[in-house]
Design a protein around this ligand. Structure first.
Ligand code: SER
Length: 594
């Protein structure tokens, strides 16, 4: 089964069983779950898992791209990737354990034709949060799983949750590989490679409302997420995701460029996998519907790290980074374009941004590597093996080495990095650039929190500008801010004309230029209403509220925080204006330096 056939088999199976394919959402987290990226297929469905009615019904399925950045360091082996697709299906208060277990078995053994001896499964062993899941264990045995391959495991292994939101005990599925078990007590909890996780069925019956505090949901859901790449690898008995048709061409391109064979020797194989993975993920992020670009904060920093790490591994393979463009085109044209039309539409943008970031880094990497070698030599001479904050900050600041890259290079040499020292230098610099106009570096070192504060203030300005350009009937309907951009939903019955957009943008920029003072007063809700302040979602606020004023152009009830003067916002740019829902429009906007 190739990747296209697997996509079809998953969706066909669920459609046959009454599910609706809801398609994939953006890879960039919407800020509501405390994570930068979409890490699971269930993430965009949070409100519906908590009880809201989904417009497409109670049985849903899709194939959703996910990014898990905690896996960056693990990329290089045969199964880890930073971007992966999750084949998902959901019961929103509809079927539960019985149907789920039956379908899991049917999919694995009938549709995928995986031998049952190769499959293991786990269930929750129970604790004070929720009972031991004997029901699922019995059902698993009844449908045909081998009793010796069913394991009870604790919460650390068999419970799915994000920081807050819908959660519950889960039942995972593992492929049993040819790698020898590490000992007589080897279980799927062990990462020796004997058991590789390929899927997870979560029985979502709880909502996590605070640390260690769970409440029962009114409806029981099932959240299923199975790993597309890994299943593809086992279906084709490659045991290596980089040998599936998703990566086949990419690896061939790298083999040809380097003159080395994949798997010929460990070091170059690791570099090939890292480059193939990181360029694939970069293509997906740059071409995402929310268009991420490399930067020094938040999600953009991860993208920068991926591209720069790939550049470094190109050096290991002794190949030119020109090959990256070929890799990107291959992923867009041959592998993903058919399923992600946004990649095809944004092809020029993806290639341009990728090349821009590569050349930015390449301008300094040679000098940076020389500097790095000098640091190592100097410290070795002194009998030291920790890179101090000053040196690692210089590599970051002057040569564009993400700190993680320095850590990785250091590790190769048997060194560590003094992270406290680095952070101290970072903060010192931040202080300086706040008080002195450093020209060399504005905005580059801002923390995600500072950017979010700026976007927060820009939201108030945008709200005020829209009221003037369109009319006082415009009200905020929602907003979402990340360190990279703002999204603002507002009531309006028509698509904004080019002229309206331009006027709004100009007005916000004019107010930024005027460097208006931002201040607040604390008052009762009633006084806030009387003061004429914009009071959206007033019921969510405590009795005593803050009313923020920006010069005399905006007055809004808000919890803050904000910047002190609008002048620091830079330049405001509307990137997109679109419909959000009936009578509600959505603006996506960014702040840039000039
Ligand atoms: N949310 C679960 C997971 O990510 C199943 O989709 O493992």
């Amino acid at each position: 089964m190739n990747s296209k056939e697997l996509r079809k088999a998953w969706i066909d199976f669920y459609e046959r069983n009454g599910h609706v394919n809801i398609g994939a959402a953006s890879l960039i987290g919407d800020g509501t779950t405390g994570v930068l990226f979409n890490v699971a297929g269930m993430q965009p469905l949070m409100p519906y898992l908590l009880g809201k009615q989904h417009p497409m019904g109670k049985r849903l399925c899709n194939i959703q791209g996910c990014i898990r950045t905690n896996d960056i360091e693990s990329v290089g082996d045969s199964s880890h990737v930073t971007f992966f697709e999750m084949m998902g299906s959901w019961s929103l208060g509809d079927y539960f354990k019985e149907e789920r277990t039956k379908w899991t078995y049917e999919l694995l053994t009938d549709v995928f034709e995986l031998p049952i001896e190769r499959l293991a499964t786990t269930v929750f062993e129970g604790d004070e949060t929720a009972p031991r899941d004997e029901e699922t264990a019995k059902l698993k045995e009844m449908v045909g799983f081998l009793p010796e391959n069913i394991f009870y495991l604790p919460k650390s292994e068999n419970w799915w949750e994000l920081d807050r939101g819908p959660c519950g005990p889960d039942s995972e599925i593992f492929y049993i590989t040819d790698t020898k078990p590490c000992g007589p007590n080897c279980t799927p909890a062990c990462d020796c490679g004997h058991y590789v996780e390929i899927g997870n069925d979560v029985f979502m019956q709880y909502e996590k409302v605070a640390d260690d505090k769970y409440v029962l949901l009114s409806k029981k859901n099932v959240d299923t997420g199975w790993g597309f790449e890994r299943i593809l690898a086992f279906l084709n008995e490659t045991g290596d995701v980089y040998l599936t048709d998703l990566f086949k061409n990419a690896i061939e391109i790298l083999e040809e460029a380097s003159g080395k064979r994949y798997k010929e020797e460990e070091k170059s194989t690791i570099s090939m996998r890292i480059i193939a993975d990181h360029i694939r993920t970069s293509v997906m992020l740059l071409g995402d519907t929310n268009h991420l670009v490399p930067s020094n904060v938040g999600a953009g920093y991860i993208l920068r790290r991926l591209i720069r790490r790939a550049v470094r591994h190109a050096r290991n393979l002794n190949i030119s980074t020109k090959v990256f463009e070929e890799l990107a085109i291959n992923f867009i044209d041959n592998v993903y374009g058919e399923f992600y039309p946004n990649l095809v539409q944004s092809k020029d943008f993806i290639l341009a941004e990728l090349n821009k970031e590569i050349s930015k880094f390449e301008k300094t990497i040679n000098l940076g590597m020389k500097e790095f070698d000098k640091v190592i030599l100097r410290l070795s001479d002194k009998g030291l093996n920790t890179i101090d904050g000053e040196s690692s900050f210089k590599l970051y600041d002057t040569y564009g080495f993400p700190i993680e890259l320095t850590q990785e290079l250091a590790e190769d040499k048997g060194f560590t990095v003094d992270m406290n020292g680095f952070e101290e230098k970072f903060r010192e610099h931040q202080e300086k650039s706040r008080t002195v106009d450093t020209g060399k570096f504005k905005g580059g070192l801002e923390s995600a929190g500072e950017m979010e504060t700026k976007y927060h203030t820009a939201t108030h300005l945008l709200n005020a500008a829209l009221k003037r350009v369109i009319g006082p009937e415009v009200h905020q309907r929602g907003s979402n801010i990340t360190a990279e951009r703002m999204r603002f939903d507002f009531s309006c019955d028509h698509k904004l004309s080019e002229e309206e957009k331009k006027k709004t943008e100009d007005l916000v920029n004019e107010w930024i230029k005027q460097d208006l003072k931002v201040s607040y007063e604390t008052m009762s809700k009633n006084d806030a209403l009387k003061s004429g302040a914009e009071c959206m979602f007033i019921e969510k606020y405590p009795d005593e509220v803050k009313v923020y004023s920006i010069g005399d152009v905006s007055k809004e009830l808000c919890g803050g925080p904000h910047v002190e003067h609008t002048g620091v916002l830079g330049h405001f740019k509307i990137k997109k204006e679109e419909s959000s829902s009936a009578g509600v429009r959505r603006i996506k906007a960014i702040l840039t330096e000039e």
